[in-house]
Design a protein around this ligand. Structure first.
Ligand code: S3P
Length: 422
């Protein structure tokens, strides 16, 4: 199956290409709404990006970053708004950033606070901790070295701080309590930036951007974006519920993203990953999953950052597995495109699944009983896709109220799901 390009990698590739010398060529750019938000924000700031309808983007950065004429609307995309905040603070370019209703309801302090302590001038235009935010123009030299210890493991926060340091020529060190996705670090290292990163003995991770040169020095690059392993998760789950084997080519196999494959193994599925190449430091290869009887699972806090976006689909698999599954330490899900713990508990419950919502987790009783009802997605693409997958299982009659919201990450989802399950 042909997977859309990885959303997280696409955001970063577009941003770093806009900072690089000369032209970069990025292939397999997903046509998802989130990545379009990053693309149009960069264009509004002066970057030249070709072929908005095509999956190949030729990117040339602005010779001087210009303030956007209008507020920058980041749509539904947390990655766009958080990474842009760091980028623009580092560049010293003024802007007003906002987003759709869901994004305006998500926390911004996690990125605003460390950027302010670095010297960035950011204010909340309406409510504290929420969009819209105003970034003020800044003169060169007004940012200072940042050593930051995050309270949550967040790749968006970490990447925002790295982009601020990179563009301002300021040293930045970030420590996290867990290991969040490391695409920014890998890409920067592969493009020659002075960066060190890796896990720590205490289960956390550290990244250090050492004395980055000003202005930014990155070469133009070519990249074919690996297939999105988070989109793959839905197709694999659909295959497992339909009793079909799934083979995927050209998938990103970065370990900070593939935690759900380990959970599938614990559930009893036969899962094989094979790395065949590396692209800008990202391992890429095949995944083969052979269906079998699924058992229950437990997920602990330490594992959550590596599968944070896959909890909705794991939760629906738990509803069809044998036994009681438990997810702990997943409070961050309440800060996603919707409160995902609540959305999962409410929707599983209304379909007839026994599901207990905890402060930071879920307990789900698997069964073979027939499940039926209409799921309310709250406009959250991963909730829609997770219940789409559950609806494809035998004995399930499930309507999803807002099928269209999948365009945020996986526009072709419903067609591919049909192909797998028919
Ligand atoms: C992302 C990081 C994750 C993830 C999101 C994409 C990224 O968010 O949930 O879908 O591309 O950096 P956090 O870093 O806030 O956990």
């Amino acid at each position: 199956m042909q997977l859309p390009g990885d959303k997280s990698i696409a955001h970063r590739a577009l941003i770093l290409a806009s900072l690089a010398d000369g032209q970069s060529t990025i292939r397999n750019v997903p046509g998802s709404a989130d990545v379009d938000s990053t693309r149009s924000a960069l264009v509004a700031l002066g970057a030249v990006i070709s072929n908005p309808e095509d999956d190949v983007a030729l990117v040339t950065g602005p010779s001087a970053w210009t303030p956007a004429l209008n507020p920058i609307d980041c749509g539904n995309s947390g990655t766009t708004v958080r990474l842009l905040t760091g980028l623009l603070v580092g560049l010293g370019t003024p802007a007003r950033l906002t987003g759709d209703r869901s994004l305006r309801n998500r926390p911004m302090d996690r990125v605003v606070y460390p950027l302010q302590s670095m010297g960035g001038r950011i204010t909340y235009a309406e409510d504290r901790d929420r969009l819209p935010i105003e970034l003020e123009a800044r003169t060169t030299g007004s940012l200072r070295v940042l050593r930051y210890r995050g309270r949550v493991a967040s790749a968006q926060v970490k990447s925002a701080l790295l982009l601020a340091g990179l563009t301002a020529g300021i040293e930045v060190e970030v420590r996290e309590p867990g290991v969040s996705r490391d695409h920014t670090e890998r890409m920067l290292a592969n493009l020659g930036a002075p960066i060190e990163f890796g896990p720590l003995d205490d289960g956390g991770a550290r990244v250090l951007l050492v004395d980055p040169p000003t202005p930014v020095r990155l070469p133009g690059f070519e990249l074919t974006i690996p297939g999105d392993v988070s989109s793959a998760a839905f197709l694999i789950a659909a295959g497992l519920l339909a009793g079909k084997s799934v083979h995927l080519d050209g998938v990103g196999l970065n370990e900070t993203r593939t935690g759900f494959l380990k959970v599938l193994r614990r559930m009893g599925a036969n899962v094989r990953e094979q790395v065949l190449e590396t692209r800008l430091g990202e391992p890429v290869g095949t995944i083969d999953v052979v269906a079998g009887r699924l058992g229950s699972f437990e997920i602990e806090a330490e594992e959550v950052p590596r599968l944070v976006d896959e909890i909705p689909v794991l939760a629906v698999l738990a509803a069809r597995a044998h036994g009681r599954s438990r997810i702990w330490g997943a409070g961050e899900l309440r800060n996603k495109e919707s409160d995902r713990l609540a959305a999962l508990a409410v929707n599983l419950g209304l379909l007839g699944v026994e599901c207990e919502e905890r402060r930071d987790g879920l307990i789900i009783e698997g069964s073979e009983r027939s499940l039926s009802g209409t799921v309310r997605t709250g406009g959250d693409h991963r909730i829609a896709m997770a219940f789409g997958v559950l609806g494809s299982a035998s004995g399930c009659e499930i309507e999803v109220d807002d099928k269209d919201c999948v365009k945020v990450s996986f526009p072709g989802f419903w067609t591919i799901l049909d192909e797998i399950t028919s």
